[in-house]
Design a binder for this molecule. Structure first.
Ligand code: FAD
Length: 351
């Protein structure tokens, strides 16, 4: 079955919903196709103890404030998923769940979006597929020889299954710090980071991050020196559980090991340590495989963009993923602005 619309939004997480909100306001005909059977994007899969790095009021999509979560100044992932489900319903966003986009092809005047349930033809496409489906693992000597369990952030469900185990947590970002903190008191944790952990100031939250990302974009756009953006402030937002573990002296990091042996890491001084599990909190890449046939220019897994638009094709926009689609576009507080810009550009193109 082939259907026709003005815009196909691929991905129904926060970025896809923010796009839907603005397209709807402009009266543009569109559909959102989302691979998940239920609303909430990646938030439905994150671990129970994860805490947002901003209070609810600073984690909101356009039009509707995220409600407070009782007893939690920094909401958990379940709260975000529920908020997104409610957002989708409240604005009657036309999200088709359980639809996997396989490939987008250039058909000349239109883009052809092939899914596992049928084909759409659209004048424009917004890709908002996130990064959760593309976990990244670094190349480490001996990684395949290690006989213990290895998992990535995306497979971490909580500390219970690691009770009494010797666990190595790799990664100096928010996931690494939060998971290491979560495991303390349950497992024998060794936290490993490439460089000493860099905490942001205790009073930093999403607003500050959004401002830093915006100031950087503005500086770059105006040809001024790079301000460093969020990275210049640090890598880890000290949300309450991380702060508590850090202040109790339970979060001390070791420099990265040089190799893995069948039984565990080998350190720079040649000593070895036995471990039962390694949790790789080593980040993500953008999920862009569905666009391969368009052969867009790009570097390091990013597509070349002007704002949210593909530099090579004005019919294609990107939301979320990282700062390459706009300042703080990959955050709850930031994606609204980039979604609005994308919707406006699309309106100009198709009207
Ligand atoms: P996603 O939530 O991943 O949604 C993308 C959707 O697209 C998914 O439903 C996916 O199934 C679907 N999809 C993918 N490929 C296809 C396809 N081919 N066809 C159809 N559908 C497809 N941000 C904050 O603002 N505050 C925080 O505190 C915060 N904490 C974070 C903690 C962690 C551990 C991580 C990983 C990220 C965090 N982020 C945070 C960043 C960001 O807000 C989240 O990653 C968020 O999920 C990004 O939303 P998204 O809509 O871009 O992508």
């Amino acid at each position: 079955m082939t259907q026709r619309t003005d815009v196909v939004v691929i991905g129904g997480g926060q970025a896809g919903l923010a796009a839907g909100y603005h397209l709807r306001r402009l009266g543009i005909e569109y559909v959102v196709l989302d691979a998940q059977p239920t609303p909430g994007g990646a938030w439905q899969h994150m671990w129970d103890s994860l805490r947002l790095f901003s209070p609810a009021a600073y984690s909101s999509l356009p039009g509707r404030l995220m409600p407070l979560q009782e007893g939690q100044p920094y909401p958990d992932a379940g709260h975000v998923a529920a908020y997104l489900a409610n957002y989708e319903k409240r604005y009657h966003l036309p999200v088709r769940h359980g639809v996997q986009v396989q490939v987008v092809r250039d058909e000349g005047r239109l883009l052809r979006v092939e899914t596992d349930t049928g084909i759409w033809r659209a004048r424009t496409v917004i890709s908002a597929t996130g990064t959760w489906t593309r976990p990244f693992l670094p190349a480490v000597e001996g990684r395949r020889e290690f006989t213990g369990r290895q998992l990535h952030t995306v497979h971490y469900a909580g500390p219970a299954e690691f009770a009494g185990r010797r666990v190595i947590v790799v990664g100096g970002g928010n996931s690494g710090a939060q998971i290491a903190a979560d495991l303390t008191g349950h497992a024998e944790v060794t936290w490993v980071t490439r460089r000493p952990p860099r905490y942001l100031a205790d009073d930093v939250d999403g607003r500050v991050l959004f401002d830093a990302a915006t100031a950087r974009r503005r500086a770059l756009d105006e040809g001024r020196p790079d301000t460093g953006g969020v990275a210049s402030l640090g890598d880890i937002v000290p949300v309450p559980p991380v702060r508590a573990a850090r202040d109790a002296g339970l979060l001390t990091a070791r420099p990265m090991f040089t190799a893995l042996t069948p039984t565990g890491p080998q350190w720079a001084d040649g000593t070895r340590q036995d471990a039962d599990a390694i949790i790789w909190c080593t980040g993500f890449r953008s999920a862009l495989a569905h666009l391969a046939s368009l052969r867009l220019r790009g570097t390091r897994g990013h597509v070349a963009t002007a704002g949210t638009r593909a530099a090579d094709d004005p019919r294609l926009h990107f939301l979320g993923y990282g700062d390459w689609t706009g300042p703080a576009s990959a955050t709850l507080i930031g994606v609204g602005r980039t979604a609005r810009e994308a919707a406006r550009e699309i309106a100009l193109l198709i009207r």
